[in-house]
Design a protein around this ligand. Structure first.
Ligand SMILES: [Zn+2]
Ligand SMILES: [Zn+2]
Length: 128
């Protein structure tokens, strides 16, 4: 057990990293710092920290969590795999949605099925 046998010596110190200037992004900072430490060690922890950057990180982390979660064949709003209403698939991200969960009428759902459709997540991203 290599690591346990070595004589680990911990010392306290100050790590340079961006300052959090809001009251609600603690978790995001923890994740970004952890990511930086995992990738580069404790040497230099730096990432941009404007509100726009934080919003982008939040989105990136959500994407990553979704990518590795087992949510591919369920409705992205209610989480159910049971059919109710019409299934609508986003042509950009391949997420699925119940038309009922989106609040779409049968008529609107049937129109969407016939053409390319991007979900609210994808359209809100592309209008940034
Ligand atoms: Zn649903
Ligand atoms: Zn989408």
């Amino acid at each position: 057990m290599g690591v346990l046998e070595t004589d680990l010596q911990f010392k306290s110190g100050i790590i340079e990293h961006p300052k959090q200037s809001d009251g609600f992004s603690c978790g995001l900072f923890v994740m970004k710092i952890a990511e930086s430490v995992l990738n580069n060690g404790f040497g230099n922890i730096s990432f941009r920290s404007t509100l726009n950057d934080l919003a982008q990180y939040r989105h990136d982390i959500a994407e990553k969590i979704l990518e590795f979660s087992d949510m591919k064949d369920v409705c992205s709003i209610c989480g159910s795999a049971i059919s109710h209403g019409t299934w609508l698939g986003c042509d950009e991200c391949n997420r699925w949605y119940h038309s009922d969960c989106l609040g779409y009428s049968r008529k609107k759902a049937n129109e969407i099925i016939k053409k390319c459709w991007s979900c609210l997540l994808c359209t809100s991203l592309s209008t940034k």
